[in-house]
Design a protein around this ligand. Structure first.
Ligand SMILES: [Zn+2]
Ligand SMILES: [Zn+2]
Length: 201
């Protein structure tokens, strides 16, 4: 199973992001998880245009359609059954019973995408949330505090408190402050689990 995680299926649901941007996200995921994720595939999953979708249901559909390690990126709002309204709509989530994570770009877009700069920011935020969710797929856990990685930016697994900032404040305070490098603690974990495995076979 660990071996299978080295290949990631990236699946676009909706037409919100270009294929070349998805490819850029895939390349950067491979770079950030060097030695652990070695390759990725890109696919498009056709659905009627959806305003929102149940996050758990989407992970189940993707698990059925795409076997193995999968990251779904949708522009629909991802809903959970949480009664707290702060948490019933999420940026991303992972199904603990399979290897599927999903990311919603709905709230990540700047109010309007008018320039290349806005679009770049949108892709960058999507990448950062994707790194966080794929990190969960690989067994990494959230940092409740702000953990800096090499280079000074926050580790992609930094979570912080959503309640404290609200959505827009959270994106600016946490997601935009994350870098693409994992902190030593996360890298050590990945190295211990995944590199020793490849060396032992
Ligand atoms: Zn998390
Ligand atoms: Zn970390």
């Amino acid at each position: 199973m660990i071996e299978n995680l080295s290949k990631l299926n990236i699946v676009r649901i909706g037409n919100h992001i270009s294929y070349s941007s998805l490819k850029e996200i895939g390349i950067k995921i491979v770079e950030s998880f060097h030695e652990v994720i070695k390759e990725f595939t890109l696919s498009h999953y056709n659905t009627p245009t959806l305003d929102s979708i149940d996050a758990h249901l989407l992970t189940k559909i993707l698990n059925y359609e795409y076997d193995g390690h999968t990251l779904g990126i949708t522009d629909a709002d991802l809903k959970t059954r949480d009664e707290d309204e702060f948490y019933n709509s999420i940026f991303g989530g992972k199904n603990p019973t399979n290897d599927v994570a999903v990311v919603s770009t709905k709230k990540l877009a700047p109010p309007q995408i008018d320039s290349e700069k806005d679009y770049k920011l949108y892709v960058e935020r999507t990448l950062k949330v994707s790194l966080h969710e794929v990190g969960h797929n690989l067994g990494l856990t959230d940092h409740a505090s702000y953990k800096a990685a090499n280079g000074g930016s926050l580790c992609p697994m930094s979570r912080g408190e959503l309640n404290k900032f609200g959505y827009i404040g959270y994106i600016k305070a946490i997601i935009d402050s994350r870098g693409l490098n994992f902190c030593d603690e996360c890298n050590d974990f990945l190295k211990k689990i995944y590199t020793s495995f490849t060396m032992n076979i």
